[in-house]
Design a protein around this ligand. Structure first.
Ligand code: HEM
Length: 455
């Protein structure tokens, strides 16, 4: 539980509170439950820093939604002693263990220090060995002229890449034994945190029983992976090996097997659906835009016409990377993120009181017409020729101390996969929409079909 502190400067205390959102309470609740479009709705009605008081304060703290670059900076750049993880993360810790994603500041600091060197741009290249191979094996399984579901296939691909390359097992073969429990556990966390009034955690409900069984199953899988790596020094599992070798540079302490297993679950949760959705969305857009598809193809063929693509090819795949950046802009897999104010802080020129829940609308920022020309058009050239949007208006991987540790990993994997697929097949999207739902991260809400023709 967070210890709330006061101690803000008199200047902060004299700031006006964030204005109350004028929407009726029912609409506010509905908007908060729609993690992606909800923040846009709240911003349009109440401005870039807007406050919701959904229940009496003793029952529920105020929620402050930030959707301008300045306000988002004020939330995410703050040190963990000022803003920390929230009830959502407490629910996750309780159900799924103490991992890098859900730990609170004090426990998180040494864990991140130990793991950061494992995920640098250079180090993740060690995990790339099977990334292109995973993409090749998935495209090889497509019959010429077949109609495929881009979402299912991308999910298969990222699970195979993450599993075989990194953890030393073929997770794609166990896709249902991982995907189903993960979905049950994450939906339970989302349901509990979305409910203004909820039973205590120990209260035996059928939903709790299912969620605990699902979490236990994931833990068994992660424990098995760690045990297998300890038992067989020759097992090809670069990420697990790197975690076993990692130490906190300040104390020299290694990670325990429990910590490694808990973090493997975090990597599965944070790294699988997210990368799959990005890839599926990019492929869907290319499948509707032959001009962009051709540009990617020309670039990839110029880099390497045959043979597996690898990290050394990535610097020459600038347009392919721009397509992925644009996919992450329009369909950010983490459309919103949250924090709790540990003490009174200023956000966008407003006082936010200790204990308030802070929501950062990433999706809303990425589509804001005040920040982006023609925001709903898919245009990878926003990211070509060295153009980079402002740091605080484009944050698919978050920002500040708790930003994504897997960003280089995800970009490498998605780039090699997209380039390999486009070089192998032509894609024609057969659905006009990419409907999104956000059970935890953004995923396709329905099949996203496309016809593939081998080149
Ligand atoms: C396209 C793919 C990905 C996207 C869009 C994404 C997005 C994000 C975002 C926005 C955060 C910050 C959450 C917050 O502010 O609370 C985050 C955190 C995190 N991500 Fe990713 N992620 C992706 C891939 C990955 C991969 C591949 C891994 C691991 C292999 C990973 C592991 C993590 C972890 C462990 C955290 C928590 C970091 C911390 O608190 O220290 N992510 N991710």
């Amino acid at each position: 539980m967070t210890t709330l502190r006061t101690g803000a400067t008199p200047e902060v205390r004299s700031l006006p509170p964030a204005p109350l959102n004028p929407l009726p309470r029912r609409e506010q609740i509905r908007a908060l439950r729609r993690f992606h479009t909800g923040c846009e709705t709240l911003r349009n009605a109440g401005g870039p820093v807007t406050r919701l008081q959904l229940a009496p304060r003793w029952l529920m703290p105020p929620v402050v939604v930030a959707t301008s670059p300045g306000a988002v900076h004020d939330v995410l750049s703050r040190h963990g002693t000022l803003v920390d993880k929230t009830v959502v993360h407490a629910e996750m810790r309780h159900l799924m263990g103490r991992n890098l994603f859900d730990l609170q500041h004090e426990d998180w600091t040494p864990r991140r220090r130990a793991l950061q060197p494992v995920f640098t741009k250079k180090r993740v290249e060690e995990f790339s060995g099977h990334m292109a191979a995973a993409a090749e094996s998935v495209t090889d399984s497509w019959a010429d002229g077949a109609e495929i579901d881009l979402d299912t296939e991308s999910r298969r691909l990222t699970l195979r890449a993450l599993g075989r390359a990194v953890l030393g097992v073929d997770l794609a073969e166990q896709a249902s034994s991982i995907g189903a429990p993960m979905q049950i556990a994450l939906s339970h966390i989302a349901d509990r945190t979305g409910a203004p009034v909820k039973p205590p955690r120990w209260f035996p409900t059928p939903a709790r029983h299912r969620a605990r069984a699902a979490a236990a199953e994931l833990q068994r899988i992660a424990d098995r992976i760690v045990r297998a790596c300890r038992a067989d020094a020759g097992r090809d599992a670069p990420l697990v090996r790197a975690m076993m070798a990692a130490v906190d540079p300040q104390t020299g302490a290694p990670l325990t097997d429990r910590e490694i297993a808990d973090d493997l679950i975090a990597f599965l949760i944070a790294g699988h659906d997210t990368t799959a959705t990005t890839l599926a969305y990019a492929l869907w857009q290319l499948g509707r835009r032959p001009d962009l598809h051709e540009r990617v193809l020309a670039e990839v063929v110029a880099v390497r016409e045959r043979g597996s693509l690898g990290p050394a090819d990535v610097p020459a795949l600038g347009y392919t990377v721009a397509v992925l950046h644009e996919a992450l802009r329009l369909c950010p897999p983490a459309p919103a993120t949250s924090r709790e104010a540990v003490c009174d802080i200023d956000v966008g020129g407003h006082l936010v009181e200790a204990g308030s829940m802070l929501v950062v609308g990433i999706y809303a920022l990425h589509r804001d017409p005040q920040l982006w020309a023609d925001p709903l058009t898919f245009d990878p050239d926003r990211f070509t020729g060295g153009k980079r949007p402002d740091r605080w208006q484009y944050l698919p991987f978050g920002a500040g101390p708790r930003s994504c540790i897997g960003d280089h990993f995800a970009m490498l994997e998605a780039t090699l996969a997209l380039a390999t697929i486009v070089r192998t097949v032509e894609i024609v999207s057969t659905t006009a929409e990419f409907p999104v739902e956000v059970p935890f991260t953004a995923v396709a809400a329905a099949p996203v079909t496309a016809r593939v023709r081998h080149r």
